[in-house]
Design a binder for this molecule. Structure first.
Ligand code: PLP
Length: 372
């Protein structure tokens, strides 16, 4: 296996925090089923209650609002199947776990900076029918932060409900579910230093789910199945640390800006998607004119740098980013972008290494083009 010297793919998954790992090891050593009434079961239940309180605190809600799931995908699927809606409206840049959970949904366009068009949302809602709207808080590819509070206010004016996929925003920007006005909110542990395979759907009082899993009464009858105790405990610890360390997140902007500055020195025409909009400080989506994203990813990988391109499906095949196309990029341009996403483990050395490889690749592509 290649030794990865620079991990710049935190939006794909973040390293599990040592504190989360240690807590999970302890939880794995516990025996009780949280539904059992004996002491072993009660200890497991307490561990889950403790994690629930921590996850709730991260987004400013009461613990009862949290429904633990197997991750962001399940939470999004659950939200989109909620009870009592005649139609679904989603922003055009949602994650596939929203888009594919509601294939019939009307897509609300975004502008060239990747920000959802609120007038288009308003117009779509005015057509009537009890609607569920889904707008993510921050996009996973370009990092663009969406005006969710405004979208929620518009939705509520029409009696609609709003679901917000906050998977990429959690741990990077402050989230107050009440201030956002979201009726449902999705989180995923592995994007903020917890393990993969666990997440949560957070519900405002009165939202009625259509449970996808039926069986026992876990999660107050909203999600059956014996709880993923170790995963939930790891999630709780990661959420707690994410809340505590939130103030450190802006420091990443310096590294991200330096990456973009160096890229633009080499190639002033390189598109940086969403640069003009409010963005997550850790994310940069950069196009290299004339070079396919997957070629770049492989070249970076050979140099020990982990970045990503487009939407990789399970076959490993990369398709030109639908998000960038929704932002107006041609299929060709959308296929030439890579995403750099930083996290707590990165420093100036990673920036220098990335910039050197980027320049090398770009120069090589230009020489090849000139020779052709
Ligand atoms: N939503 C967004 C915006 C994501 O980036 C992801 C993961 O890439 C998900 C949902 C899915 O979360 P999970 O991997 O926990 O299923």
């Amino acid at each position: 296996m290649t030794l990865v010297a620079s991990y710049l793919d935190y939006n794909a998954t973040a390293p599990v925090l040592p504190e989360a790992r240690a807590a999970m090891a302890e939880a794995l050593a516990m025996t009780g089923n949280p539904s059992s009434v004996h002491g072993f079961g009660r200890a497991a239940r307490r561990a889950i209650d403790d994690a629930r309180a921590k996850v709730a605190a991260l987004v400013g809600v009461k613990p009862e609002a949290v429904v633990f799931t197997s991750g962001g995908t399940e939470a999004n699927n659950l939200a989109l199947a909620a009870h009592g809606f005649e139609r679904v409206l989603v922003s055009a840049i949602e994650h596939d776990s929203v888009l594919r959970a509601a294939p019939e949904a009307q897509r609300i366009p975004v502008n060239a900076d990747g920000v959802v068009n609120l007038q288009a949302l308003d117009d779509a809602l005015a057509a009537g029918g009890k609607a569920l709207v889904s707008v993510m808080l921050a996009n996973n590819e370009a990092g663009v932060i969406q005006p969710v509070a405004k979208a929620a206010a518009i939705a509520h004016r029409y009696g609609a409900a709003l679901h917000c996929d906050a998977v990429q925003a959690a741990g990077k920007i402050e989230i107050d579910m009440g201030a956002l006005g979201a009726d449902m909110l999705t989180l995923s542990a592995h994007k903020l230093g917890g393990p993969s395979g666990v997440g949560a759907l957070i519900l405002r009082d009165g939202v009625a789910l259509n449970p996808a899993l039926l069986g026992g009464g876990q999660e107050s009858w909203r999600r059956a199945g014996t709880e993923n105790l170790a995963g939930i405990v790891g999630f709780g610890v990661a959420a707690d640390i994410a809340a505590r360390d939130l103030e450190k997140a802006p420091a990443l902007a310096g590294l991200r800006d330096e990456i973009e500055r160096r890229v633009l020195v080499v190639a002033p025409d390189a598109p940086i998607y969403g640069k003009a909009a409010p963005r997550l400080v850790n994310t940069s989506c950069i196009g290299m004119p004339g070079v396919k994203g997957e070629t770049q990813v492989m070249a970076f990988d050979l140099a020990g740098i982990a970045v990503s391109a487009g939407a990789a499906c399970s076959s490993g095949k990369v398709t030109p980013s639908a998000v960038l196309q929704a932002m107006g990029a041609s299929k060709e341009l959308a296929g030439q972008a890579i995403r750099v996403s930083l996290g707590r483990g990165n420093g100036p050395g990673d920036v220098a290494r990335f910039a050197a490889v980027w320049k090398d690749l770009y120069d090589r592509a230009r020489r090849l083009k000139q020779a052709a």
